[in-house]
Design a protein around this ligand. Structure first.
Ligand code: ADP
Ligand code: MG
Length: 233
């Protein structure tokens, strides 16, 4: 199954999302505030106390996840665009995700190629690769392999993130990138949306190929820049 994410449709909802995100975050904050007020009661039983604290922590964690998935969805700013060498950037994200992978028995492989440059915002590229890699790891509840490949041809740089996880149905692929679409109990359904928007901003494309029970491959293609010219952008 191969399908290119239909970015335009999905980007139309951006402004609605901005509004609903603040709503999503405000909810847990309001709930937590309420519990903290209850906790001021000195006569409260320990059991109740523990219960309120647990719910507050859960709610705060939810807010935290929403913010971290959404963080870089903000408008790309031109001033932060710089030449990025893919090898270096992929190494960076491997450092970030490897504890998460180890925890879940996921083995990571990186097939590196030197001197492939693109123009973009470092943090945003990181965020988008981390989102995809994280999804890959989460798709392998019993462990597996996550492979990252980079390559270049015809002035395009390609990054592939391949997992040996649960895979997706055609219907799931179609819904990918739709705000709040998630099959996970604690998922936000924002990761893919953010990723898609970042790649679009870099004039790139993202495609996904997936097979149920076999795994999923995300392929990102971004215009390459010339190494010799890299200082001039
Ligand atoms: P979240 O991870 O919070 O659920 P995402 O936007 O990152 O939200 O992903 C949306 C959904 O897409 C996931 O819940 C999952 O169903 C599906 N998905 C994304 N990546 C993969 C993958 N590598 N393998 C299987 N399913 C995936
Ligand atoms: Mg995700």
């Amino acid at each position: 199954v191969l399908s290119e994410l239909k970015e335009l449709e999905k980007l139309k909802v951006v402004s609605e999302i901005a509004a609903s995100i603040s709503h999503e975050v405000r909810n847990p904050l309001t709930v937590t505030k309420g519990f903290l007020q209850l906790l001021q009661d000195k006569t409260l039983q320990d059991e109740k106390k523990d219960f309120y604290i647990k719910l507050s922590l859960d709610e705060l964690e939810r807010a935290e996840i929403i913010i971290s998935d959404y963080l870089t969805f903000a408008k790309p700013s031109l001033k932060n665009i710089e030449p990025l060498e893919l090898n270096t950037e992929v190494h960076y994200i491997l450092k970030v995700i490897s504890p998460y992978a180890t925890m879940r028995d996921v083995h990571i492989e990186f097939e590196q190629v030197n001197d492939i440059y693109i123009a973009g915002e470092r943090q945003k590229l990181h965020q988008c690769l981390i989102n995809i890699a994280k999804n890959g790891i989460e798709a392998m509840p019993d462990g597996g392999n996550l492979t990252l490949q980079i390559s270049n041809s015809n002035e395009m740089a390609t990054i592939s993130i391949i997992d040996t996880g649960i895979g997706m149905t055609e219907e799931q692929i179609r819904r990918l990138g739709t705000p709040y679409y998630s099959t996970k109990s604690t998922g936000t359904g924002l990761g893919t949306m953010v990723t898609t928007s970042i790649i679009k901003a870099m004039r790139g494309k993202i495609s996904v190929s997936s097979k149920l029970g076999i795994g999923t491959t995300f392929t990102i293609t971004i215009p390459q820049i010339d190494k010799a010219r890299k200082d001039r952008i």
